[in-house]
Design a protein. Structure first.
Length: 247
């Protein structure tokens, strides 16, 4: 047994108290209130087991982060193999083959209009990158998003998020951000016609509420953005805290 296994074995029973002391006491209080103060012991696929051996179907699914299942054997095998290669990761002057090979595979599966991949650690970071790239590429200051949108909890992504339950305590947010009604192409065109909008960031399906766009809305939005020189940024919601990953 390695030192990490020994540490988890020795301190695992303290997980809730330790989390409350060092990370988020309110979340632990919530778990205890609703009866989810279990000690999780292991996970496989779509199931979780507690320390008493009870199995639970995880209907939440990690907010989409575990779409291949927890502890997927093929993913674990690939991770172990990658670690055993001892590749020179994060080389500051130079490159390694693995990131480029991954980018090549991603681009092979992406639409032909997508020519490059940028690797980020979260959806919110992806949104921040899109905001910066949009302003740098167009030289324009404004960013549009849709009402009811959720794009993440970092400051730029939060500024593109419309819901007051996420934004109300963190103002003032960044200037230059506005929301347009979801599904309304006429209002969107009026905003774009000023030709000062760097990008329109929109979810194909709004994750907070699961709102579907009217027929033709996304194609119409893309056409309008092209007409007025605005970048069309599709952000796919995927997590509870990370935000959405732009394409």
């Amino acid at each position: 047994m390695g030192w990490l296994s020994e540490l988890v074995e020795e301190r695992g029973a303290e997980a809730l108290d330790l989390h409350a002391q060092t990370v988020n006491p309110q979340f632990v209080r919530l778990l205890r209130t609703i009866g989810f103060d279990r000690r999780w012991a292991r996970a496989e696929g779509a199931y979780l087991w507690d320390s008493d051996g009870n199995r639970y179907l995880d209907a939440l699914g990690g907010f989409g982060m575990f779409n291949v299942g927890r502890n997927n054997p093929r993913v674990r095998e690939a991770l172990v193999e990658a670690l055993e290669l001892e590749r020179p990761g994060s080389v500051q002057i130079g490159v390694d083959a693995l990131p480029a090979l991954l980018a090549e595979e991603l681009l092979r599966r992406a639409p032909s209009s997508v020519g490059k991949a940028i690797f980020t650690s979260s959806g919110a970071e992806s949104v921040e990158a899109a905001l910066k790239l949009g302003r740098a590429a167009t030289g324009r200051p404004r960013v549009l998003s849709a009402e009811h949108a959720f794009h993440g909890l970092t400051l730029g992504a939060l500024s593109a998020t419309a819901a007051p339950e996420f934004t109300s305590r963190f103002g003032p947010l960044l200037p230059g951000f506005s929301q347009v009604p979801w599904g309304d192409l006429d209002v969107l065109e009026r905003e774009l016609a000023a030709e000062d909008v760097a990008l329109f960031i929109v979810e194909p399906v709004q994750g907070k509420g699961v709102n579907l766009p009217p027929p033709g809305y996304l194609a119409g939005s893309q056409e309008l953005c092209g007409r007025y020189g605005t970048l069309f940024c599709v952000a796919c919601s995927r997590s509870n805290t990370g935000g959405s990953s732009p394409i």
